[in-house]
Ligand binder design. Sequence first.
Ligand SMILES: [Zn+2]
Length: 152
Amino acid sequence: MKAVHFTHTLVDEIPEELQTGILYVSRDRDVAGHLCACGCGKEVITPLSPTDWSLTLTRQGATLDPSIGNWAFPCKSHYFISSGNVIWAKDMSNKTIAKGRQLSRMQKQSYYDNLNNPASAIKDVEHKAQPPKQQQGYLQRLATWWKNFLSR
Ligand SMILES: [Zn+2]
């Protein structure tokens, strides 16, 4: 049975047997699970994190971002869950989908960049500014010392 709408339910753990049309969301909000909207019966587990999926729950329903692309399943379903509604990606133009994927890839990349190197920009500036200053100070001190030494 093809799902056209998902109602969400909060659970302690994603149950072993899922029902069509229900989006199970862990109470910790770190994972969600549902059965593939095409009706093939495959379980789709979506981790919820800044680099995976983001979940928005409103009275209208759940929105998962980005889209669900079940490339590993025989059905190769690709759809969006938006305000609980299933929107099939094949109904959207390829261009829109490619753009969306590129955007989320870029967001993911910049998230990791920031994570690995939170102050990279600041550090860079410091590195460039400090050595000449220190060197100058050192040379000046050396010159002063030398002058003092000579005048002794
Ligand atoms: Zn499917």
